[in-house]
Design a binder for this molecule. Structure first.
Ligand code: GDP
Ligand code: MN
Length: 378
């Protein structure tokens, strides 16, 4: 997922002609002061932390300044913040706008409908999750004809806009749709969209580029820091592999059993560090690759929890045993296994021959994994 900072989102807004306040990015208090003394940003202005988390307004990460001195104080204050765990390194300064009303507009993907959805609300400026459903207008958009004129008119009505402001919204929505499509976005959100006189100005920008289209956007390569190097390799090999902070590895098949296994480990005081979802993999080579990747994450212990349905237990066991022979001795870890279901007996036999016992109940498995990770014997 490529989540763009506000200023990057606004660069896209500018490219597509969505109206914005005059602004500039600064990376130090000196730069912030220069932004206003040079006239690039008019006073009074807004100084905003460029972090990915929302709720900056409430959290003191959006401040107003009337003079260059106030800009310095605001910039220094915000640059010293660690906002929801993220150090503030960049600021966006913009001329302050006199807001008549704050609206909410976004285009997102409705995954259950498998369609884009246009969301509009007259209650902007607060998180959309906290807005009463009755105050939110949602329209699914057929992507082939694109956002239609009648849909744009309905949004204007929902926002209580008429005359020139409704016309401004129409043009803005055309641009927003263009951006959403051409930039492969899965979310483009303007909150607040400010009503200023007869016009509209986007005061905030949240843009997320669809993960599966990210390869078409090398321009974001250097800000894609949301995947660990191992997760990157896993992605290339089409292996579902996620790294967390803990020290116990989990190998399971299917999202449900994987999550349940993580929960059970937590329940017994364990700390899952990495998990691998084999899904319906029925290819021993892929199981081997996945297991080797797991080894590289250096877990203290690994809990294997397989329910053989589509995946046969013996296939998984074969892949695992093959992989175990390839893991260097220095990187070996205690393996606690639970395999049940299709071809269970054969699978257990293959594992036993390789020195891995399969424990039938998950509770004992989890306790053994937690003990092993803590340095005890599995
Ligand atoms: P968020 O809280 O992280 O979503 O940050 P926003 O960019 O949405 O800013 C939070 C709030 O600051 C907005 O809802 C506005 O009420 C206020 N704000 C931002 N820019 C301006 C501005 O130019 N003028 C005024 N009056 N308020 C602003
Ligand atoms: Mn906002």
């Amino acid at each position: 997922m490529v989540k763009l900072a506000e200023w990057r989102g606004k660069e896209l807004f500018r490219k597509y002609g969505i109206p914005l306040p005059k602004g500039q990015v600064a990376r130090s208090a000196d730069e912030a002061v220069r932004a206003v003394t040079s006239g690039a940003v008019p006073l009074p202005c807004v100084v905003k932390a460029q972090v990915l988390a929302g709720g900056r307004g409430k959290g003191g990460a959006v401040r107003f300044a009337n003079t260059a001195e106030e800009v310095r104080a605001a910039a220094e204050g915000i640059l010293a913040l660690e906002f929801k765990g993220e150090r503030v390194k960049e600021l966006l300064l913009e001329g302050k706008v006199a807001i008549a009303r704050e609206l909410y507009v976004s285009l997102a993907l409705d995954r259950s409908a498998r369609l884009p959805v246009l969301i509009a609300s007259g209650q902007g400026g607060v998180e959309i999750e906290s807005v009463d459903d009755a105050a939110i207008d949602r329209q699914l958009v057929d992507p082939f004809p694109g956002l239609a004129a009648y849909e744009r008119r309905r949004a204007a009505r929902a926002l209580g806009l008429s005359g020139p402001a409704a016309k401004a919204l129409d043009g803005l929505l055309v641009a927003l749709w263009e951006l959403f499509q051409r930039e492969d976005a899965e979310l483009v959100e303007i909150n607040p969209l400010a009503v200023v006189g007869d016009g509209l100005i986007a005061l905030d920008a949240k843009v997320i580029i669809e993960d599966d289209a990210a390869f078409r956007h090398p321009e974001y390569a250097e800000i894609r820091d949301d995947r660990t190097p191992l997760e990157e390799i896993a992605r290339e090999k089409e292996i579902a592999f996620v790294q967390l902070d803990g020290n116990i590895g989990v190998i399971a098949n299917g999202a449900g059993i994987t999550m349940a296994t993580l929960d059970v480990l937590k329940e017994f005081g364990g700390n899952p560090g990495v998990f691998l979802d084999l899904g319906g993999t029925d290819d021993p080579r892929k199981v081997t690759e996945a297991f080797l990747l797991m080894a590289r994450a250096r877990p203290k212990a690994v809990l294997l929890n397989i329910f053989g349905g589509v995946t046969r237990c013996d296939t998984v066991a074969k892949g695992l045993v093959e992989a175990m022979t390839q893991v260097p001795a220095s990187e070996r870890f205690p393996l606690i296994a639970r395999i049940r279901g299709n071809n269970e007996k054969e699978g257990i036999e293959i594992l036993r021959a390789a020195g891995v016992a399969s424990v039938p109940d998950l509770k004992s498995c989890a306790q053994a994994a937690v003990a092993a990770a803590a340095g005890g014997r599995p």
